[in-house]
Write a protein that binds this ligand. Structure first.
Ligand SMILES: [Mn+2]
Length: 437
């Protein structure tokens, strides 16, 4: 039987400031940009999430001259991914969901390699405008960020030449455990590979036909019908429409809306099986300030959705009620009602009564409902430090029986919304049973 999965509340964040898997400057700045946009703080605001920042991995300086035809910077890509793979293993073995901030998508080699070494039964959801499954024989650009999937899957290992410096990485992951979401710019041989191995793929036109929910649920069902395998999501920000995420190196129009991407991540979160999440290809050097901000915000939204942020909102942990005031104060000096203003005579009388009833305030243990007029008075007294008064709940330090202020004449009036209109005529304090009584 499949074990009971629930979302992992421990998260480890890894930054990978690496950009040699493609040609544009700037992707390596993304971890710093995401951090300064509040990445760690925002994740920590998610209910119950324990976030550990593992910092950025050291990008090894690499002087190996080894070159492979149509594969730029392979020794550097290899050294970075080797280091990243080890870090992934460490984070996962610490019992944490690994969140990796790229960097370009060539770092998917390291994240998936490291994840596979811990969870051999993992499935991989590649969310991307591109399939990233070129070999150096089929790639137009020679950039490794278009090749990570082909490097990872064992079924394609025979299509590679010997790759110097890559001996550490033995492709063991099976393409049978891979699914694609969001494709719309697929090279000819990439399409051939997808068809040859029947990779469950929801390109944009399929998502339009079926919707994002059915799309991801179908992939999850095909890859893991028994719902028992850990999930790795490698999310390329260019899966989003270029309008949603303009600051990326190879943007393509007609992509996912941010809402679709958030929904996708919420569904994956709800499986409880997400164990690794890469967010790659954010390039803060592309576009203007507005583009940059929009792209980074989109990235944050996606991470948060994957890690349990609820758009519905979340009640505070452990709380069963709205916060109540716990403060001792002398109430009579602040009583001010409409009545009071209109009648100087009543004013003194009310003060005297209030003095009488509140003079014995000493310990905080009873909860009282006070009407809005009195609530505002108390609020004034507390100099606006408390603004929960429209909620009519106040905790007073009272050492005596429930208070009923005598000028509350209309005893039949319920203390409900219909009472608003009379709020300055009636001051009524009514006892509410303390919790547990
Ligand atoms: Mn990609």
């Amino acid at each position: 039987m499949s074990q009971k999965w629930k979302p992992l509340k421990q998260v480890g964040v890894i930054g990978v400031p690496f950009e040699k898997g493609q040609k544009k400057y700037g992707v390596s700045v993304a971890p710093a940009a995401m951090r300064s946009a509040g990445l760690i703080e925002q994740l920590r605001e998610i209910d119950g999430l324990d976030v550990k920042d593992y910092g950025d991995i050291d990008i090894p300086s690499c002087h190996e001259a080894a070159t492979v035809d149509n594969m730029a910077y392979l020794p550097l890509v290899s050294a970075c991914n080797r280091s990243l793979s080890n870090k992934m293993t460490q984070v996962l073995n610490d019992g944490r969901l690994a969140v990796t901030i790229g960097g370009d998508h060539s770092i998917g080699v390291g994240t998936v390699d490291g994840h596979y070494s811990v969870n051999e039964d993992m499935i991989l959801i590649w969310v991307d405008a591109h399939a990233d499954i070129n070999t150096n024989k089929t790639s137009d650009s020679g950039s490794v960020h278009g090749m990570p999937v082909a490097l990872l899957v064992k079924e394609l290992s025979d299509y590679w030449p010997y790759l110097p410096t890559m001996d550490w990485q033995v492709p063991k992951f099976s393409i049978k455990n891979l699914g694609y979401i969001g494709l719309r710019s697929v090279d000819h041989y990439e399409r051939l590979a997808i068809e040859k191995y029947k990779v469950p793929t929801f390109a944009m036109e399929d998502i339009e036909d079926h919707g994002i929910r059915t799309s991801i649920n179908h992939i999850l069902h095909v890859l893991d019908p028994e719902k028992k395998k850990p999930i790795h999501v490698s999310f390329d920000i260019d899966s989003l429409d270029a309008l949603e995420a303009p600051s990326t190196g190879t943007s393509v129009r007609g992509g996912l809306t941010l809402r679709e991407a958030i929904k996708l991540m919420e569904i994956i979160h709800s499986t409880g099986r997400l164990r690794a999440l890469d967010l790659v290809e954010i390039n803060p050097a592309i576009g203007n300030d507005s583009d940059r901000k929009r792209t980074i915000e989109a990235g944050l939204c996606i991470l948060k959705a994957a890690l349990g942020f609820s758009r519905r909102g979340t009640s505070p942990r452990g709380a069963t009620d709205l916060p109540i005031i716990s403060a001792s104060f002398k109430i009579s000096s602040c009583l001010e009602t409409k009545q009071e203003k209109e009648s100087g005579e009543e004013k003194n009388g009310m003060r005297a009564i209030a003095d009488k009833y509140f003079s014995k305030i000493s310990n905080i243990e009873s909860k009282y409902i006070i009407n809005e007029g009195l609530s505002k008075t108390i609020s004034n007294l507390l100099q606006g430090k408390v603004n929960a008064f429209p909620l009519y709940k106040v905790s007073l330090s009272l050492d005596r029986k429930p208070v009923k202020i005598p000028w509350t004449l209309d005893l039949a009036s319920p203390l409900d919304d219909s009472h608003y209109k009379k709020k300055f005529k009636y001051l009524k304090i009514k006892k509410v049973p303390a919790p547990g009584n």
